[in-house]
Design a protein around this ligand. Sequence first.
Ligand code: NI
Ligand code: MN
Length: 217
Amino acid sequence: MKVTYLGHSAVLLEGSRTIYIDPFLTGNDRACLSVDDVNKADFVAVTHDHDDHLGDAFEICRRTGATLVSIFEITCRGEGEGLAVEPMSIGGSIETEGVRFSLVNAVHSSPGSDPTGVIVEMDGKTVYHMGDTALTSDMALLPDFFRIDLALVPVGDRFTMGGASAARAVKMCGAKIAVPIHYGTFPIIDATPDRFVEAAKDVAEIRVLDPGESTEL
Ligand code: NI
Ligand code: MN
């Protein structure tokens, strides 16, 4: 599986299916991709209803015919706009087109629905996008159910974990590889992932990706 960081919390997973997660592209100064250039997607997963995560999700679904995978309240809105949807809630998993999606707890805020993290299992690899979250001991349960190859970890502080707590989150969820996200986009969050990299370097393999950069699993 190829994992491409698109900037902020937006990522693209490419394997037997093409999956966008939290595709905030329009209005994101760090995005490396315009929504006008997105022509292929099978699924778009959204962790929660904040603009910097919901972003261009509906537009990508419209353009590509991709299925929106998210918590029930968000998929209701998508369905109202004519999108194909897979409604879920925290604690549940679904399997569709050879991909397994699981929604897990995130401790954060969100206007119309609970915030989530999403775990994607595809082609024998497991990716955990933490969404926006505080450190929560729920993460320590995940290794009982998932062997997480790569975690996308919000490290920018203020709205999410900062470096030290994010490092602890990686340890708790048992991820082998961690990619920091949700930093540097706005002046009020950490400009760099340095505090996380320092705190997490002995916990997992840390791969810092610039927007547009990919890593292989
Ligand atoms: Ni948020
Ligand atoms: Mn956010």
